[in-house]
Design a protein around this ligand. Structure first.
Ligand code: PAF
Length: 286
């Protein structure tokens, strides 16, 4: 496995793959890797692409300096994991090269309207602009490729699809299913911060989703069912909604079809997210 550290090495690597007729399978990450990232790298390998992982803790998507400082970093461990998953290369660019003006404000910002305004965007001003800006830059350096994103951050995935479409970046975005622990908890770097009782409470997220998946409830019933399960477990709910999968607008009472259930809430002071595809049936008489 190659370890690249500069933008020039990164560009040369991806150019060379394309010249040789291979497809680059790009997996952008911020490190602190776990098996959820592993599932993305393994998928890139299974698709026959040359898996390239980027590890870059992007300061522009943190709106809290303490959060950025506390973000876990262990490059040696992350590199070993990438190698074990079959990555062909890992790039660990410096902040100086990615954002030459940092910590001063960078003049150019990529901002995706609509999709980013509610849910995770509501309580974290600037977060999605930071993600959109860095993803655009990561794509610009990587060039034409497949890019693998987890469905766990469903709003991020929807935003990335939108910006790729709007800016014609030519990337094939591959959304990958949420990797879960044996007990159903969605894998996240934040799970290590849960106490043992907190972890048991956190299982309410996957229980709430299971209760509405395949149940053919209407949207109002589905929202109420999820809220009731999360409340009963003691989750401090941020949102529990049923939305259109592409726009992330809440579905109407007369909606019938495939939608997305989106959940977020606090357990032990740790913000957890989960989501699933659900089938919704129009409310009777709606
Ligand atoms: O999902 C993440 O880890 C980050 O938001 C991403 C896409 C790597 C951008 O920094």
């Amino acid at each position: 496995m190659e370890h690249l550290t500069t933008l020039a090495q990164w560009r040369a690597f991806t150019d060379e793959q394309r010249r040789s007729g291979r497809t680059v399978g790009f997996v952008p990450t911020m490190g602190a890797l776990h098996d959820g990232h592993g599932s993305l790298v393994r998928r890139a390998v299974a698709d026959g692409t040359v898996a390239l992982v980027s590890i870059f803790v992007n300061p522009r998507q943190f709106n809290d300096a303490a959060d950025l400082a506390a973000y876990p970093r262990d490059e040696a461990r992350d590199l070993a994991l990438c190698e074990s998953w079959g990555a062909a290369a890992v790039v660990t660019p410096s902040v100086e090269e990615m954002w030459p003006d940092y910590p001063r404000t960078t003049a150019t910002t990529v901002s995706v309207a609509g999709i980013t305004e509610r849910f995770e965007g509501a309580g974290r001003p600037g977060h999605f602009d930071g993600v959109a800006s860095v993803v655009t830059k990561l794509f610009a350096i990587t060039g034409v490729a497949n890019a693998y994103f987890g469905e766990k951050d469903f709003q991020q995935l929807a935003m990335v699809r939108q910006l790729n479409r709007d800016l014609a970046l030519g990337i094939t975005i591959v959304g990958c299913p949420i990797a879960r622990d044996h007990d159903g908890l969605a894998l996240s770097s934040r799970n290590v911060r849960l106490s043992e009782p907190g972890r048991a409470v956190a299982l309410a997220f996957s229980s709430a989703l299971r209760a509405v998946e395949g149940s053919s409830l209407d949207a109002t019933q589905a929202r109420a069912t999820m809220q009731q399960i999360l409340n009963a477990a003691g989750v401090e709910i941020a949102y529990a909604d049923i939305v259109h999968s592409d726009t992330l607008e809440p579905v109407e009472a007369d909606f019938t079809g495939i939608a997305r259930a989106l959940l977020a809430g606090l357990v032990d002071g740790v913000r957890l997210l989960d989501n699933a595809e659900v089938t919704i049936t129009a409310r009777k008489g709606a």
